[in-house]
Design a binder for this molecule. Structure first.
Ligand SMILES: [Zn+2]
Length: 158
């Protein structure tokens, strides 16, 4: 996701994203957000979650925040450190909606196979013109690789 959009989420929902620039040892939020196409989806979810967090009394409030927001197997995955049932229900709802939204541009999309599984609209599912250069690995792909790797090593760390 572009920095401008990323910054907007962090600025508007400071409680939810309190660990956006936290210690990488303790939070996966440092890896940022998935594609621009999901900005509105994540924004709407974030607004609802931030509101619920603000209803929690001050001392416990900081136990509730986003832990990771990424794309996995083509769908949105949103994890929190501490979440009420109501928060979990909102997250499930947004994750389900992501299956129908192009991760690149936000248009109506569907799940595409091959290589990386992604939700893309018709336009973004077209093969990209090859200009002789080797296939570029986008930042988003890198996030996915890092995300999966870290999850697998979770158990070994103390
Ligand atoms: Zn698209």
């Amino acid at each position: 996701m572009d920095k401008e959009l990323d910054d907007r989420l962090v600025e508007e929902f400071p409680n939810l994203y309190r660990n956006r620039y936290g210690d990488p040892m303790y939070t996966c939020m440092v890896w940022g957000f998935p594609g621009n196409g999901w900005f509105q989806l994540i924004y709407d979810l974030s607004a609802k979650l931030e509101k619920l967090i603000l209803q929690i009394p001050e001392p416990e409030r900081e136990l509730y925040c986003a832990a990771q927001c990424k794309e996995k197997f083509g769908g949105l995955r949103f994890y929190m450190d501490g979440a009420t049932d109501e928060m979990q229900a909102l997250i499930r709802e947004a994750e389900n909606l992501s299956w129908h939204i192009c991760e690149e541009c936000g248009a109506k999309g569907e799940r595409r196979g091959g290589g990386w599984i992604k939700v893309l609209c018709d336009e973004h599912a077209k093969p990209k013109p090859v200009s002789g250069a080797p296939k570029q690995v986008g930042l988003q792909d890198l996030h996915v690789v890092l995300g999966i790797g870290a999850e697998e090593t979770d158990d070994g760390d103390t």
